[in-house]
Design a protein around this ligand. Structure first.
Ligand SMILES: [Zn+2]
Length: 423
């Protein structure tokens, strides 16, 4: 009798927990729930593939088991299904430029699970980001967030991080400014020469980060540039460990120094430099860098100034992206959310379309291009049998209006629904 009561108490507690946790927490679900069928939507299995109308995606054990037209995919009767009629199904998105350094993420080990899951949803999963690359934050804190997600305690995206950013001496704004911006105080390694850059890179990478992030020019006048030998030392150390290097270039000099130094990913356009001319574009193309445009950011940073200034800044960046895409360059979608507290990516999609990107090119920047750059194309980026079931179900078809990429009905990671919108 005693035992029965104890079991009841435990069960009652478990039921209470599962009630509290749905739908944002509690990824560790029962086995049948690892199977799921999406029925009736228009499927873009990859950026280059023809749409499948009235399609089915069958998920088993968290992976895609089959995808195709309704008549061609057999789904066992007991598999739960989501009705996706009238909706559009694409692979899970990457946001390749985010930050987890707003104060809301501090002391990540002790943020209550529903609150932490809610924050991840507000910034990322409600917009379909099932993967995100944090390009600068307090690494040990970010690692705790990632660990809590990966343990199954809370629902959230796959997180990669560069940890603490390498900057030049005195390049960081004063702490009072960072406080006003709502950011956590994070001591960053300041480097001036090759030896310092090598030591700082070793320290950051030894911590277990997924790459490095450098500022190669200061954000403030007179826009000092990091010496080329310091950039090469950092890049050399990262590449020796098969890790990627992101750069915040700021200026034309900062951009050229970064590209010549061998960085992999240019994390911003550079509206301050004016349009990119042929020497800049050629240097970027020859170095095979990928570009993260962050177009909306430029308007946001000038939001207290006259609207025409913000528009000019964004339009210069749109022109840079247009030239980069026309030259055949690789683009990774990224918005700098966390640094920017407007999380909705809809305007970014519209600006990318203004730069001449088709919806298929934007889809590639969200899925296949980052999967390839980050060495994940065997597992992520497309809807194909054997790949992880990371999927986004959209309320509308982005081939008609790219803003539909932001209108998410369901975000699914490893076959689990980690975000569901109110209808
Ligand atoms: Zn950033």
């Amino acid at each position: 009798m005693l035992r029965k009561n104890a079991i009841r108490r435990v069960l009652g507690f478990a039921i209470l927990l599962s009630g509290l946790s749905h739908p944002m927490t509690g990824q560790a679900r029962s086995a049948p729930e690892r199977s799921l069928a999406l029925k009736g939507g228009t499927i873009y299995a990859g950026p280059a593939e023809s749409p499948i109308t009235n399609g089915v995606v069958f998920i088993r054990e968290g992976k895609i088991a089959a995808v195709g037209g309704r008549g061609s995919v057999k789904v066992p009767k007991d598999v739960p299904a989501l009705n996706c009629s009238g909706l559009t199904i694409v692979a899970g998105f990457w946001n390749s430029h985010i930050h987890l350094f707003e104060r809301k993420w501090a002391d990540a080990a002790n943020i209550p699970a529903p609150e932490l899951a809610g924050q991840l949803q507000t910034m990322l999963t409600r917009y379909g980001f099932t993967s995100a690359f944090d390009t600068g934050s307090a690494w040990e804190n970010t690692r705790r967030i990632r660990d809590r997600i990966e343990s199954g305690e809370i629902a959230g995206p796959r997180i990669r991080s560069t940890g603490e950013v390498l900057v030049g001496k005195g390049w960081l704004p004063p702490e009072t400014v960072l406080k006003t911006l709502g950011f956590m105080p994070i001591p960053l390694p300041e480097v001036t020469d090759a030896a310092g850059a090598l030591a700082a890179s070793k320290k950051v990478l030894d911590g277990g980060t997924d790459g490095l992030k450098l500022f190669t020019a200061a954000s403030y006048p007179p826009f000092a540039t990091l010496p080329g030998e310091a950039i090469r030392a950092a890049v050399g150390e990262a590449h020796r460990r098969n890790k990627l290097v992101f750069v915040h270039p700021t200026t034309r000099d900062g951009l050229l120094a970064a590209v010549e130094g061998g960085v992999d990913i240019v994390a911003h356009t550079t509206p301050q430099s004016g349009p990119w001319d042929d020497p800049v574009l050629t240097a970027m193309r020859q170095a095979k860098v990928a570009l993260i445009p962050t177009l909306k950011l430029w308007k946001y940073l000038l939001r207290h100034d006259r609207a025409s200034l913000g528009d000019l800044s964004a339009q210069t960046a749109v022109g840079q992206l247009r030239a980069w895409v026309a030259s055949g360059g690789v683009v990774l979608f990224g918005t700098d959310v966390g640094g920017m507290d407007e999380y909705n990516p809809s305007d970014e999609y519209a600006l990318m379309a203004e730069a001449g990107m088709t919806f298929r090119q934007i889809l590639a920047s969200l899925t296949t291009a980052p999967a390839e750059k980050f060495g994940e194309s065997a597992r992520l980026g497309r809807i194909a049998p054997g790949l992880a079931a990371d999927l986004v179900v959209l309320n509308a078809d982005p081939s008609r209006d790219v803003r539909a990429f932001a209108a998410v009905r369901y975000a699914i990671r490893d076959g689990k629904v980690i975000y569901e919108s109110a209808r």
